[in-house]
Design a protein around this ligand. Structure first.
Ligand SMILES: [Zn+2]
Length: 339
């Protein structure tokens, strides 16, 4: 346990430095079940929800469980049960799917040895389900603004670039040359990113180029986010914008992804308005436009921007939510939108 404490202190130091450097709270944090890191994040960024990288979770389960099954086909059946559990959207589904997953009878005839069912069940329970269900199961994960990110592979890719770059400096050694190399990597990546963003400003060849509805967001919102809303936009038929249509909105896009769904867009179409920048979370907006964005104030189902929240000191356990993690800053403001 002592080792874990030291590790956590290390992470806390690094994160404190990071926090001082960037000066903002991240919208969401995704970790690969490094417990010390998880705790350090929750202490340093109490307003930010922390979820687990689904890819790492699934890989760890495969690593532990696969060997117990008679064949890949049998393992696949088991893995499907895990996937069902992961994608539980409400309490009823969660209970049902967990029961099947943790029932030894689900594995009769699939294992090399019947005794192994207990081992698998204990592993799933103690390693993942009991401590981390709120960071894994859809019904919990989809209450936080995760911006559609569920895996850490993007960061790992960057980490790879950094490692390759640093290798060149290996022979020189020393902290000073390391710091110089690090600085260079960040600058190179910054330039690449700027280059990419510059290309986005041109709108040459993008399918929404002449769509007036997107006038206000074009050039101000990332192409990625516009593409995400353009597809459902094309499917909106203004004759079908009935109250029933709006009633089917769950608020998932606004709450979790930070960009508007077909229902919100339908409302603007109905009012003959253009899609405003305020429908997009800062994450999707070009840096120079962020000050002008009003994501938090103009729609009925709004989420408060992290930057506007007063900073909070790390809390005690008593203030943790019933879901076993610190409540994120925007949760009290969260509500379903009334469409
Ligand atoms: Zn909707």
């Amino acid at each position: 346990m002592r080792g874990d404490n030291v590790k956590e202190a290390d992470f806390e130091w690094q994160l404190k430095a990071f926090k001082a450097l960037v000066g903002i709270n991240p919208a969401v944090i995704i970790v690969d079940r490094e417990l010390a890191m998880l705790n350090a994040f929750e202490t340093l960024f109490p307003e930010t929800p922390v979820t687990l990288c689904v890819w790492h979770v699934r890989r760890a389960i495969e690593e532990y469980c696969r060997k117990f099954f008679l064949s890949p086909t049998e393992y696949k059946k088991f893995f499907q049960l895990w996937m069902d559990y992961e994608s539980s959207g409400n309490e009823g589904e969660e209970i049902r799917n967990r029961e099947v997953l943790l029932n030894p009878e689900s594995y009769i005839g699939q294992l090399k040895d019947g005794e192994m069912a207990a081992k698998i069940i204990r592993y799933l329970q103690t390693t993942w389900i009991n401590p981390h269900h709120v960071r894994i199961v859809k019904r919990y994960v989809d209450t936080v603004r995760h911006l559609g990110v569920h895996i850490t592979s993007g960061v790992e890719k960057m980490h790879d670039v950094l490692k390759k770059f640093l290798k060149k400096f290996d022979k020189v050694g020393g902290f000073h040359s390391f710091a110089l190399a690090l600085d260079k990597v960040v600058k190179v990546q910054g330039l690449a990113l700027q280059n990419k963003l510059g290309k986005q400003g041109s709108s040459v060849g993008v399918p929404w180029r002449d769509v007036a509805f997107f006038d206000q967001i074009m050039h101000n919102v990332s192409d990625y986010a516009i593409a995400k809303v353009f597809e459902p936009y094309q499917e909106i038929n203004s004759d079908e914008l009935t109250e029933q249509y709006f009633a089917s909105c769950t608020g998932y896009h606004k709450r979790c992804l930070g960009y508007p769904c077909k229902h919100v867009m339908g409302r603007y179409i109905q009012r003959r308005m253009k899609l405003p920048l305020s429908g997009f979370h800062d994450h999707w907006i070009a840096p120079e436009m962020r000050l002008q964005s009003t994501y938090s104030t103009s729609e009925p189902m709004l989420i408060i921007g992290d930057r506007m929240l007063p900073s909070r000191e790390p809390e005690t356990n008593a203030e943790r939510t019933g879901r076993g993690r610190l409540e994120s800053g925007f949760e009290p403001q969260r509500r379903e939108h009334g469409y």
